[in-house]
Ligand binder design. Structure first.
Ligand SMILES: Nc1nc2c(ncn2[C@@H]2O[C@H](COP(=O)(O)OP(=O)(O)OP(=O)(O)O)[C@@H](O)[C@H]2O)c(=O)[nH]1
Ligand SMILES: [Mg+2]
Length: 445
């Protein structure tokens, strides 16, 4: 979502850090570029004016212009201002009460049902026992959708007989939670096509009856500035305690996501980054700002790895790497593990300094490069995977046919792998003073 903005900001800032001295005119030029980049990303114009004004003022005012690191310091200021913009409102996620009631509200199709399931999954990780509640009495299909999601996650779903009022469903769900000893209720409420009196009255009635500790407004970030307007109207009519922005994995321009908290004064608490139930992120303004400015987001990357990589197999892998016993079979394993962590483009963009190749990496995946690599390795025998040295011409041709690829691709993979092994040997051989770090005094040895 932030690709274009990110590209433009990075170029502008690289320009500044690339030169020895920075003059006031340089700052002005950069401020103009930043302003255009933000406007083009569809950030609310008033917000842009404020942010750029502050960046310019701080950069010029802080006597950094003459210094050698002026460029970096301006980057730091831009980062801080972006963080400040994204940090507006209260972002604490509260789970008090027994059961703690969380109500998800929003327009039709904004992602309430999907997000209910994502949130339930997140809450389980926090050590709690959620109950999902289909609080949409109008469409039986809506309850079916929630029931399917709950079943896949092994989380109970409460649904009432057709025609039961939303208010009654909400009240009954408390008794159901007690019966099932569930300590958190997530109400998936019905969406409407537009903001209307009936919807607001319904939300108000629920709030009065079951006192949700969180009333989270789910907004579709793909709808741009309209999302900001919807959020403003909701927040004015009902006590919204936080925002969840969905579909930030989409290709809209991102401006809504950047300005919604500051315009509405309501904090963004979570981001929806995909259709699957694991695609929910706790919102961290500093991390998003870092990603946008191409500084990477190592913390999120590490968390993703911790969630999806199995520790035992990671240890075994480390040992194999050390002993230089890493085979194509292990490589296949790694490919699969990494893909579990999320879309490759997203992962690469979290690595500092790699922001500019994230798109290429994702394109390679979308082209099917990874799938082809997997297919090639799968077409090998166990013996060949462990010892690619045996891969003569006829074996390679058999593999190319078996995997539906070409001889050139098979050759390339084998070559890349042996190149990788050679590099690893250099690392592993460090002990005798011959590896990459061998000649250097690396700590105690
Ligand atoms: N790419 C992407 N798609 C999402 C995300 N969140 C939801 N969706 C999709 O958006 C569509 C609508 O999601 P729902 O969860 O059914 O939306 P809803 O608000 O419950 O809709 P109604 O109950 O009809 O008001 C579905 O196709 C979801 O898969 C997200 O973060 N990323
Ligand atoms: Mg729904």
């Amino acid at each position: 979502m932030f690709d274009n903005l990110s590209d433009r900001l990075r170029k502008t800032l690289d320009n500044l850090t690339g030169r020895g001295r920075v003059t006031e005119a340089d700052v002005d030029a950069a401020a103009r570029e930043i302003r255009l980049a933000l406007l083009e990303a569809d950030v609310n114009f008033k917000v842009v004016k404020d942010v750029v004004g502050r960046i310019r003022e701080r950069a010029v005012g802080a006597e950094i212009l003459g210094s050698l690191t002026a460029g970096q310091q301006v980057v730091k200021i831009v980062h801080e201002e972006l963080v400040a913009l994204l940090s507006a409102g209260d972002r604490t996620f509260r789970l008090t009460g027994n059961p703690a009631v969380i109500s998800l509200v929003g327009l039709q199709g904004s992602g309430k049902t999907t997000t209910s399931a994502k949130l339930a999954r997140h809450i389980v990780k926090l050590g709690r026992r959620p109950l999902l509640v289909a609080a949409d009495p109008y469409r039986p299909a809506a309850a079916d959708q929630l029931a399917t999601l709950g079943k896949a996650l092994d989380i109970p779903v409460y649904r009432a007989a057709a025609g039961t009022s939303t208010l009654a469903i909400a009240k009954d769900s408390i008794a159901e939670a007690r019966r099932l000893t569930r300590d958190t209720i997530i109400l998936d409420t019905a969406g409407r096509l537009s903001l209307d009196e009936a919807l607001m009255a319904e939300i108000a009635a629920i709030n009065k009856a079951v006192h949700p500790v969180e009333t989270l407004l789910v907004v579709d970030a793909m709808t741009g500035q309209e999302a900001v307007g919807v959020a403003q109207a909701f927040a004015a009519a009902v006590p919204v305690t936080g925002l969840i922005l969905t579909k930030v994995d989409g290709d809209a321009r991102g401006g809504a996501a950047l300005s919604i908290a500051s315009v509405t004064g309501v904090g963004v608490k979570f981001l929806g980054t995909g259709e699957k139930t694991d695609a929910l992120e706790v919102f961290h303004p500093d991390r998003l700002a870092g990603r946008i400015l191409g500084m990477g987001d190592v913390l999120t990357l590490v968390e993703r790895a911790q969630e999806s990589v199995d520790v035992d197999s990671a240890m075994r892998l480390e040992e194999k790497l050390r002993k230089n016993e890493f085979t194509l079979e292990d490589f296949l394993d790694q490919l699969q593990q990494v893909q579990k962590m999320g879309p490759i483009g997203q992962l690469v963009s979290m690595i500092p300094g790699m922001g500019n190749v994230a798109k290429d990496a994702q394109e390679a995946v979308d082209r099917g490069d990874l799938k082809r690599t997997e297919a090639i390795i799968r077409a090998m025998t166990r013996h060949e995977r462990r010892d690619p040295g045996v891969l003569n011409g006829s074996r390679r041709r058999r593999i190319a046919t078996g995997s539906g690829t070409s001889l050139t691709e098979v050759n390339r993979l084998v070559k890349q792998f042996s190149e990788m092994q050679r590099l690893m040997k250099q690392f592993a051989g460090g002990g005798r003073g011959r590896g990459l770090l061998g000649g250097m005094p690396v700590g105690r040895r």
